[in-house]
Design a protein around this ligand. Structure first.
Ligand code: 0WE
Length: 263
């Protein structure tokens, strides 16, 4: 069936600009969302942290036609300011921010949560939660046509997942930030949402103890009896940035094969 309507479904983000923070490699959830936005006609910019990741991100970004590929440490306001100044200079307007960034010290993702140091707690909160607020602050003046902020969360934000520890606390804060930012930015037609994804093998999961066991357990404990894939996050991200998400804001949506309904 060939209709004019079909075109808007095929390219829902035509004319829209999106910046993607948090692609590390082709397995990244941010990359799945980026590809979905690219397929839907969006123009993309990417950020990286350090030389090693730049070598990974640059070819991926170029493969989807991106020409804005900038360094950005989200815990540095100077670098965020430089990034959004660059976007203003190159695009003048911005529609979507994909925030797929988190960090806790390795030693804080193992053993007892009680042992989290003050500095480790601050690091996790700064990089994994506050950075969304900082991005919102710098992005807002550019988002003059409305749009959306999208971040990534995990079930450990609401229930105890052994070893997730300080990241669980940071994701709980992140989900609260999503709600408060949604209230602040709503009048400007900027929506703010989180995707709570089931466990996936990405760089962020590499080196997490017993991650393979977690995946196996997730598979048998979920209603759908299978773990999710990167593309599943891409599709939901695309939906939330597109017409389907038009009146969805302040929410955390699950892509987890139903894991969150189980006791
Ligand atoms: O949010 C995450 C992990 C994010 C993350 C990963 C690392 C690994 C390397 C944050 N900081 C670091 N720091 C490092 O040094 N996930 C949802 C994946 C994850 O991590 C876990 C999980 C799951 C699931 C840690 C313990 C238990 C479960």
């Amino acid at each position: 069936m060939e209709t004019t309507q079909a075109t808007s479904f095929a390219k829902p983000y035509a004319g829209q600009k999106a910046v993607i923070l948090g692609v590390a490699n082709e397995r990244s959830l941010a990359w799945a969302i980026a590809q979905e936005l690219h397929r839907g006609g969006a123009e993309l910019a990417f950020t990286f942290l350090g030389d090693a990741l730049e070598r990974r991100v640059r070819p991926l970004a170029e493969s989807v036609g991106a020409t804005i590929i900038e360094p950005c440490n989200v815990s540095d306001d100077g670098q965020l300011n430089a990034l959004f100044n660059k976007l203003k200079e190159r695009w003048g307007v911005l529609h979507h921010v994909i925030h797929s960034v988190a960090f806790a010290n390795r030693e804080d993702l193992d053993g007892r949560f009680i042992n989290t140091s003050r500095a480790g707690f601050m690091t996790a909160m700064d990089v994994s939660a506050y950075s969304l607020v900082a991005c919102a602050k710098f992005a807002e003046p550019l988002m003059t046509e409305g749009g959306s902020l999208l971040t990534l969360s995990y079930y450990g934000a609401e229930k105890v997942v052994p070893n997730y520890n300080v990241m669980g606390v940071a994701k709980a804060a992140l989900e609260a930030c999503v709600r408060y930012l949604a209230w602040d930015m709503g009048p400007k037609k900027i929506r703010v949402n989180a995707i709570s994804a089931g466990p996936v093998k990405t760089l962020a999961a590499a080196g997490i103890r017993d991650f393979r066991t977690m995946l196996a357990t997730a598979e048998e404990k979920t209603p759908l009896k299978e773990t999710i894939e990167q593309d599943d996050v891409g599709y939901l991200g695309g939906f939330l940035c597109g017409p389907g998400g038009k009146h969805i804001t302040g929410t955390t949506m699950y892509v987890d094969s139903g894991a969150h309904i189980m006791s």
